[in-house]
Design a protein around this ligand. Structure first.
Ligand code: FES
Length: 171
């Protein structure tokens, strides 16, 4: 069996020779150390995800918040907004039937920004082709594990307001 010839040695390698085969050889012990570090890192990461919501509970707010005037959002359009005191991005969607919905603009898979597609009446995540129903935020396709968190929307005197849903979790 013929082996591929090694490339010529550089001047530095000639002056300070190394045994390439030995230098590139990974021992079982080194490989086992790498696996231990990798699985330890994954365990720490999973633990952090599990306790993060306990240490930093999700932002909630009391009462209603004004978002915009009805005429500011035409049919099939969206209006991005945030709630004072939070940096979570939301989108207000005016569906083609004229009704409003408000969702967090972060995909429940890996938090990419989602956008509304009025032609399909779906909310799409471009990162891994996740799709949500624009009527209720439920997952239609793709990897997102949960529906989009939403806020309740009410319209009074030509103004759009949002509030936390009845349940504490925005699902
Ligand atoms: S981040 Fe949205 S589908 Fe992956």
């Amino acid at each position: 069996m013929s082996s591929t010839p090694l490339p010529p040695r550089s001047p530095a390698e000639t002056d300070f020779p190394i045994d390439r085969a030995e230098a590139e050889h990974v021992t079982r012990r080194e490989f086992a150390k790498f696996l231990c570090l990798l699985s330890g890192g994954m365990a720490v990461g999973s633990g952090w995800v599990a306790v993060k919501d306990k240490i930093f509970p999700p932002f909630t707010f009391e009462g209603e918040r004004f978002v915009c005037n009805v005429e500011d959002v035409v049919f099939g359009a969206t209006h991005p907004f945030t709630i004072q005191g939070s940096r979570t991005p939301f989108i207000l969607i005016r569906l083609n039937d004229g009704s409003f919905r408000a969702y967090e603009q972060k995909c429940t898979h890996l938090a990419c920004a989602v956008y509304y597609s009025p032609d399909k009446n779906k909310i799409e995540c471009p990162c891994h082709h996740g799709y949500f129903d624009a009527n209720d935020g439920k997952v239609l396709a793709g990897p997102p594990p949960r529906p989009l968190p939403h806020l309740e929307v009410s319209v009074r005197d030509g103004k759009v307001f949002v509030r936390e849903p009845e349940r504490k979790e925005r699902t």
